[in-house]
Design a protein. Structure first.
Lengths: 242, 242
């Protein structure tokens, strides 16, 4: 079923007209009278609609989006090379991330700044929007960047359960941080992963000092674009959101 | 640490010379005397080696590869469009899949056959090998294809716990199939996912009849290249392999 994010939902019984990119998307989909579509306000509320002859959407009763997780997971990824960020953003939105934040770290080869970063963020936000529509999310997870590793640590460590995945950590696993019968479960988690070259030992020490829990993702070494998605999936599963 | 799959491991104390693609790979890595590398027989046994002046590898004591999961997960994916199969194969190997099997289904747009399939399988197997080296696996998971959906069902349903992920299943989740305190845990799992257009209802009925457990991956609709990796990660986590 087609899904469109709109600025404001029509009241039940009102007829809504799609505009801008949504109207274009609807044209591509060739919506027919009688078809069901969903409008979403991007704040977790859905409005089911029926396509009318002429193309207007007759609004039904509003309801909470059933696909939106109660758990809020922020996904922090060090700027990766090439178009890997696009891939991670698309998949993390499908998998239920609440927001994506990119940050520079010591081993980052790519460190977009200024106009280049602005353009990338615009592109990444479009990818997040499209992934949110496709996966039936109730929000469009924001994609943003911070200027320094220090700033990333400060913000990420503010989550109820702040986790940094490190390939050289051998003891602490997610299963220890997230015991299956934990009560109450955390409501906010941040997951931080490094670039292709990994984190330096000094960066790990700083993360610990900032309050991040340093955690392994198991004995298999995951690529920088695989680790955040594996971590996110495992956390979602462990906390009953999958 | 560099990792090479070889046909037969050298005895402890012997000096081994890399050949073929491994030798080429070693040249690219510019290995230096004193450096540690690992040879693996592809059957779960590792042999740590030290690079000698001249490039030979002095073999240490053999040991079981610590990254190889005890759980055997077969990942069954319907032929996807474009290069998505490459992506899924690479990531599934990193995440610990035991094998990858591609199969045709009703809504598959791509159905490679004959020479085209043979070429693809060769390419996919190379990707699996490279991902196994990078992620420190103890085997190179085989990548193969079956000719029909019927054959896929027969083989996949032979696993101890055979699961098919279906976007329209609303009740049965992985958490029900894999309770955290299950004893004994399954040792073999097959995970089956559909193509871009999903499975048809008739295909789901046939899968049920064949013995597959039809299971949801949660309320967010995952792309065909995301679903197998999310399912694999959740199963690995649930069964203590992550």
């Amino acid at each position: 079923m087609a899904r469109f994010f709109v600025d404001a939902l029509p009241a039940e019984g009102a007829v809504y007209t799609l505009s801008g990119e949504n109207a274009e998307h609807a044209r591509v989909l060739r919506l027919r009278p009688g078809e069901e579509v969903t409008l979403c306000d991007g704040k977790g509320t859905d409005c089911p609609c029926t396509v009318q002859p002429g193309g207007g959407l007759l609004a039904g009763a509003h309801a909470a989006c059933p696909a939106e997780p109660a758990l809020r997971v922020s996904v922090w990824i060090a700027f990766p090379k090439g178009d890997k960020a696009e891939h991670v953003i698309q998949k993390a939105v499908e998998l239920g991330a609440a927001e994506l934040v990119l940050f520079p770290s010591r081993c980052c080869v790519s460190r977009p700044e200024g106009k280049a970063l602005k353009n990338k963020l615009e592109r990444w936000q479009k990818i997040a929007r499209s992934a949110a529509e496709q996966s039936r999310r109730g929000i469009i997870p924001p994609v943003r960047a911070v200027e320094s590793y220090a700033e990333a640590l400060t913000q990420a460590a503010g989550a109820e359960l702040p986790i940094l995945f490190y390939e050289n950590e051998e003891k602490l696993g997610l299963r220890e941080l997230l015991p299956p019968d934990a009560a109450p479960a955390p409501k906010g988690v941040s997951l931080m992963t490094g670039p292709e070259g990994g984190f330096t030992e000094e960066e790990i020490a700083r993360a610990k000092a900032a309050g991040m829990r340093i955690c392994t993702l198991g004995p298999r070494i995951l690529r920088c674009e695989t680790a955040p998605l594996a971590g996110l999936t495992a956390v979602m599963y462990a906390l009953a959101e999958l």
